[in-house]
Design a protein around this ligand. Sequence first.
Ligand SMILES: Cc1cc2nc3c(=O)[nH]c(=O)nc-3n(C[C@H](O)[C@H](O)[C@H](O)COP(=O)(O)OP(=O)(O)OC[C@H]3O[C@@H](n4cnc5c(N)ncnc54)[C@H](O)[C@@H]3O)c2cc1C
Length: 428
Amino acid sequence: MDKFDVIIVGAGLAGLSAAYVLAKEGIEVVIIERGDYPGAKNVTGGRLYVNPVRQYLPDIWDDAPLERHVTNEMVTMMSPDNSVSMRFRSDKFDQKPYHSYTVLRATFDRWLAAQAEKAGAMLVTKNRVDDVIKEQGKVIGVVTAGEELGADVVVACDGVLSFVAEKAGMIVPGQPRNFAVGLKEVIELPRTTLEDRFGLTGDEGVAQMFMGSLTQGRFGGGFLYTNKASVSLGMVVGIRDLIERKPGVEVHLLLDEFKERPEIVPLIKGGEPVEYSAHVIPEGGLAGLTPLFGDGILVAGDAAGFSLNMGITVRGMEFAIASGVMAARAIIEARAKNDFSASTLSCYQQFLENSFVMKDFRTFQHTPHVLDNSRFYGYYPQFAGKLLEDLYTVDSGPKAKISDTIRKNLSLGESLRMGKDLLGGLKI
Ligand SMILES: Cc1cc2nc3c(=O)[nH]c(=O)nc-3n(C[C@H](O)[C@H](O)[C@H](O)COP(=O)(O)OP(=O)(O)OC[C@H]3O[C@@H](n4cnc5c(N)ncnc54)[C@H](O)[C@@H]3O)c2cc1C
């Protein structure tokens, strides 16, 4: 069979970052992607924090096709008939180098693939990897389009629910509680309309998170990111809650209802939907990570479970980029020893442990448990909305004291439960 130094399965951020670094070292690397082009099948909310990954791909950021730098953060808690929002804008976030950007993956991944190809990587699209070839327990290649291709190392960058890692015997299919499903629409708006509507100047952008009744009490929430001339609007719902909570719902209907909310309608009015996508997200945190290396194989990005819901933000893209680069560095080290065994490739785990990737996963290891609390998606948004409604209502009779209004809305039992949730929240 044809043999390459390295085969990378999946031209997402993990695969392309690994390929870029390997190709720059003169290593013969082929990326196999099932989509029509890189980014065709990739879904993100999408906001990318650049600071953690600047050093991993230092020479790409000046020319990268990023959308808007995020200067405005907004959180909205929704009840069926009201909502409470907090908007935060920072001059610090408006200073170069900008710390986070909105991105459109169809554009960004295609561009990154072009950089990897320029560096010497081979990209094969419209080809799915259907199997992994093993010899005496060691991965020695893959099967695609009925052909066997060999490699010293195969890097599984095929995203969440990695077929390659499963076929290599490294993971068993995951638990529903470790995954969520996300739906997203990209809605185009004229640039000036968008900037007026969101109160933005130049390339400033806004990142907005929503929680509460939009998921009907289920784990998850909504998001809206402004791109140059479009918004990315979507929602994420935990798969276990979707299976177990009755009555059942269809996520696409939840998204339709979300788009009809009075908070959303004026933001997308007159816009043209140009993209609709759905994707699974790893939500298991540290406990949901797969084994990262084996004989002749490394696992990076979502395939390894490197996506982290931190409560106020979702991060996956920079973990994909950094883990892809560290997988490449591990391969470079293994090549120097001409040894691609698990024991040599285990330096990948060490690189990750010493980096922000594993450090962040360890710091936020309790987040999945803390967020697995239906009160965040039901009780708290309703409490906040009702309290503010009562505080701001002036009826025909005398007005109650502010402290009495708070007491009326917050029973002793509820304040004790709130205290318990707050204590739990201190773990994250
Ligand atoms: C709705 C949603 C919102 C999100 N929001 C954010 C956010 O705002 N910020 C953030 O940082 N992260 C976010 N994430 C997470 C982030 O998108 C992922 O962590 C990131 O895309 C992972 O990159 P990856 O390269 O590991 O995998 P992917 O981008 O999924 O790439 C995997 C690639 O492998 C290919 N592939 C799969 N199987 C095969 C096969 N058998 N053969 C060949 N090719 C194959 C796929 O076509 C794909 O191109 C979000 C995710 C979702 C779904």
